[in-house]
Design a protein around this ligand. Sequence first.
Ligand code: ADP
Ligand code: MG
Length: 873
Amino acid sequence: MTGIVEEFLGLKEGSDADILAMQVGDFYEFFADDARLVADELDLKMSEKSSHGSSYPMAGVPLSELTPYLKSLVERGYTVAVAEQRGEDDTTREITRTATPGTLLEATGADARYLVAVVRDGETYGLAAVDVTTGTFRLTEVDEERTALAELGRFSPEEVLPGPTLRGDDDFCDAVRDDTDATLSVHGTEAFAPGKATHRVREQFGEGALDAVGVEPEGPGTRAAGAALDYVAETGVGVLSSLTRVQPYRADDHVALDPTTRRNLELTETMRGERAGSLAATLDHTVTSMGARRLEAWLVRPLQRRAELERRHDCVDALASDALEHDAIRETLDGAADLERLAARATSGSADPAALKRIVDTLERLPVLRERVTSSPSLADSPLGDVLARVDAEAAADLREMVDDALADDPGSETGIFARGYDGELDELAAEHDDLVAWFDTLAERVKAESDLSRVTVDRNKTDGYYLQVGHSQTDRVPEAYREVKTLKNSKRYRSAELDEKERALFRLEEERAARERELFDELRAEVASHASLLQDAGRALAELDALASFAEHASANRWTRPELRDDRALDVAAGRHPVVEQTVEFVPNDARFGEGRRFLVVTGPNMSGKSTYMRQTALIVLLAQAGSFVPAESAEIGLVDGVYTRVGALDELAQGRSTFMVEMQELSNILHSATEDSLVVLDEVGRGTASDDGISIAWAATEYLHNEVRAKTLFATHYHELTDLAERLEGVQNVHVTADERDGDVTFLRTVADGPADRSYGIHVADLAGVPDPVVSRSRDVLAKLRADEAVDVRGGSGGSEQVVFDLGSGELRTDEEEHGEDAADEGGDESQETLDPETEAVLDELRHTDVNNSSPLDLLQRVNEWQNRLD
Ligand code: ADP
Ligand code: MG
């Protein structure tokens, strides 16, 4: 026979998991490297185990405590195989499941946990996303890598299974790592094979499933789905049968939102990676975890379909206009259990009696909610009723009644689970058991009555079983049938033959009763599991109701209005606010008007005046409307967009270690490729990451391209004032500026957006506000005045880059350096003077332009201004 450690190492070798937990009696043990790793990660104590002359590190956790350890390990990205004892005498061990980040059923918290399999086939990508904790299975095919990555990112997956051709694709894998926190796992190539995968999908969802879903057999979508199913099966998590249906979707049903845009708009987390302060956190007033998940899914997947959106708006409208019923509905939902998750637990066999009780308690709320909706006139007229009508009311009531009749009022976890009358055999066992317990309970009284003993107790403990306990003063009065079993300091313990026998009977009954309860409970749980899809329907209906009620709650509390959706390219927001910023500051509302001759707004204004906020609020209002929510505005007409694209701020990307400017350009390129006439584009300081002449050139050309070719509605905040001239040249470009008031050298931000370009930079005033010493501030003014006088005739930055493009203010033309130095350079620019600055002044000017006053400390600015002065002298 091999030793425990050898067995462990053997099992480990046959498994792909990072860590093995092997059952040894009442413990799960880790040995060798695994013990070291686990001890390190989880702060477990390590000991030594010797086996066959060698000594191995060992760590262990009690059987009942595996779950939290498993969770922590998996949440740190490890896969953990679990080997359990099997067979009569527990001598064989086998791996019964492998916990991986994407299949962790034990997960708590409201968040969805997706495993996504991705297959590339030519230019087509198939994505299958499974959340085993809720039984959700989504499937789509898309045409381009960046769409595939965008879709993948929207799931915020825990784990990604790249198909065979993607596994070696470093660009793809790196992009997945950048955009998500997912673990990338390798799953056998055969699982992705067209034939095997197609078979798997048909086996799981039925022969006609693929037709219904609209993907080709053996195509990339099918292969991804098959591989995902195979992986879930292999991990042994035991939830396959709760995956009752595939929900296919077309990526273009949703508003395109790439990972950068989601991040920039802080939809589900802030730039700093926190949930608090995100749009989702601000809007979330849900009272169930199903509702919270649904709300978040709506926010990251705004829709393009007007009918569905108007349905949601109708519901929100109805709820918001009947405060009383709205509150009552939320109260009824409050505390409802997560039916989607419980369905998965019932299926995997991990639901306990309390979980089934919670199902009963939650199903009970369905008729109450239905009644509330139908009895209120405003709600009854809304599509809210349809939400609940999607659940088979009769089947739900039957299931509820069946489980409710079975369970005791307060079911124990191992015994006392069932109500009297549920099972004759169990009742009999229970009655006999109760009789015996009563026999023991009254034993002391009987002994007292039948003997001279006046002080005697009957008790039970682990080692001695039941016994009679008598103080030393009365031991001589103990009846003859009793024999002494133990002597203590003050008393002695006794048992009799009858007691022995009754105790044996009692233990036997306890065992029989527990076995019967286990058996019945397994049956009951299996019965509940067979209704998984009913529970999922009910869960989805409650989730939707909760999310809609949350929208209504936020709309009422913050005076949001119902947007008017349109099929044209309108965008007209009156007195819009930023949904998150308005929570913390006295917000100055602003209009955002697009229309004929006004599809591209160049936004200028001093630093800190509110440009970025204004642009983001506009994008968020559109997204909220297309998520089905009301919006923070007095009124809003919104032509449905097919995508929102943002490129905001260059500084934040520094942390990622990629060249900031490279990233900026990659994203710009992505926008120029992807956006359409139906998109909304937000550009914030694009071109800032390079020398000013490069930057202006790129900004200028991007503007022209967006305006002439893409024709998307665009907001472009820029510190390149030269761009404001574009309004005169391009029919769809208009200038707006965020106003600020300057009096006595102080700046007051008015935060109102008005038409026309802004006055020049207020950087120095901000420096003043920031406490830069007076002499420096006033000297800066002098310098700036001088620089401006010079700049008026030449906007070129310093020399240097190879792409010498000259921007001609007069004509708005871009010319190469060669042309500039050509013979007729002087004629081209009209009033362009040939006066040039010396290179040092140009360099100072350029640095001044690029000084980010916002993000500099007063001391830093002081030093810089000082240095400029020295260089100019
Ligand atoms: P910019 O992009 O012009 O530098 P931001 O948009 O970053 O300016 O705004 C700076 C600060 O001003 C924000 O943090 C916000 O708190 C505040 N702010 C912006 N817009 C408004 C507004 N409309 N009403 C009130 N405060 C605002
Ligand atoms: Mg800004």
